[in-house]
Design a binder for this molecule. Structure first.
Ligand code: FA5
Length: 352
């Protein structure tokens, strides 16, 4: 029995040795099944061992187990070697060069700030650099904040149904950012240097008007603020935004919440202020041949407004201004139809 077991073992180990280095795991496992499986030669020797006399059986049983373990051990070693080799191969073929530069994403999928957002940020930065802080107010306002506290009388045309979106009762969509002046001044005492950007709504629609647009309100209140401060701040702002050589003009105007009031024009950036004598000799569509472009409304805050927020108008003075962001964006980008900003046509937006 012992010889039979030894020759079975050495035959199996020889076969396994022949597989080393060239075979795959299936072939190794096939040899294992052939020798150690239920129908293999070791199983049949085990059956013979069961029939041996008592004294020989134990000895032969141990020898059979040892032979089985040695064959099994060799199979395990071969399989481990194969798995290591496979891993090494994988590391080589699947290696990643982390120093390769990344692939740029196609430009169509990269989001960029909308031109109106970009110009709002630019304008905010100019005022922040002068020491102004940014405030916000609600888009749905009450009659009191949008009109009453701003000294806009009951019979003012801005209050009419055809100019304002009323949302029921006393509420309306704010028609300008000026109510933020009231909300800030109600809460705080001077000195104040505040800008308030935001969305406003009017029943308006043509090439230079949209029902929803953006304004930036600004105001400065303290003891001794003069019209000179207003001119200085706004001239600096317009020179920074449109260039130092831009000519600025303050023109008398009227707003119920400022006195005196003015509108500010800059010399037309398209025809250079030449009006009809612009490039090519034709008329200038943008300034309609006047040579000037209206940019914003402004003035010294009306004493009635100070009364509404409980400020002493004898002690404090201040200026305020409000500008339309889309109008400025049109001038800076050369777009001559304001509605393009809100159509979200990618062909338009991709130009910026
Ligand atoms: C006002 O709204 C005042 N609240 C501005 C102000 C503030 C004056 C503080 C004095 C002191 P106005 O209605 O002129 O003023 O509007 C201001 C700017 O908003 C205009 O110069 C224009 O650039 C822009 N604007 C007005 N209506 C529209 C519209 N429908 N679409 C786009 N822009 C508009």
């Amino acid at each position: 029995m012992r010889d039979k077991l030894l020759s079975l073992e050495s035959e199996a180990l020889e076969e396994l040795a022949a597989l080393r280095g060239s075979a795959g795991s299936e072939e190794v496992l096939a040899v294992k099944t052939r020798y150690l499986g239920r129908k293999g030669p070791l199983a049949s020797l085990m059956k013979d061992i069961a029939g041996l006399p008592e004294g020989e059986r134990r000895e032969a049983g141990r020898a059979a187990n040892e032979a089985k373990e040695r064959i099994d051990g060799e199979v395990r070693k071969l399989l481990e070697g194969l798995s290591k080799a496979r891993q090494g191969e994988k590391l080589l073929t699947e290696k990643i060069d982390v120093t390769l530069p990344g692939r740029p994403a196609p430009t169509a999928v990269i989001g960029k700030p909308h031109p109106v957002t970009r110009i709002t940020d630019e304008i905010e930065d100019i005022f922040i650099s002068l020491g102004f802080e940014v405030a916000e107010g609600p888009e749905v306002e009450t009659d009191y904040y949008n009109f009453e506290a701003l000294n806009i009388p009951k019979d003012h045309p801005a209050r009419e149904m055809q100019d304002t979106f009323y949302t029921g009762g006393d509420a309306c969509l704010r028609t300008h950012t000026s109510p933020v002046q009231i909300r800030v001044m109600e809460r705080r005492k001077p000195p104040l240097m505040v800008i308030a950007p935001g969305t406003v709504y009017r029943r308006d629609s043509d090439v230079t008007h949209t029902p929803m647009f953006h304004q930036i309100e600004g105001f400065m209140v303290d003891e001794g603020i003069t019209f000179g401060d207003l001119k200085g701040v706004l001239t600096h702002f317009l020179h920074t935004l449109f260039g130092e050589s831009t000519t600025v003009r303050f023109r008398p105007s009227f707003f119920p919440f400022t006195e005196p009031s003015a509108e500010v024009d800059i010399q037309c950036v398209i025809c250079g202020g030449k009006g009809g004598g612009g490039e090519g000799g034709g008329g200038c569509r943008v300034c309609k041949d006047t040579g000037w472009l209206e940019i914003l409304g402004c003035g010294m805050i009306h004493p009635e407004v100070f009364k509404a927020v409980d400020y002493d108008a004898e002690k404090y003075t201040g200026f305020a201004f409000g500008l339309g962001i889309e109008r400025i964006a049109m001038l800076l980008t050369g777009i001559d139809d304001i509605r393009l900003f809100f159509e979200n046509d990618l062909r338009f937006l991709k130009q910026f």
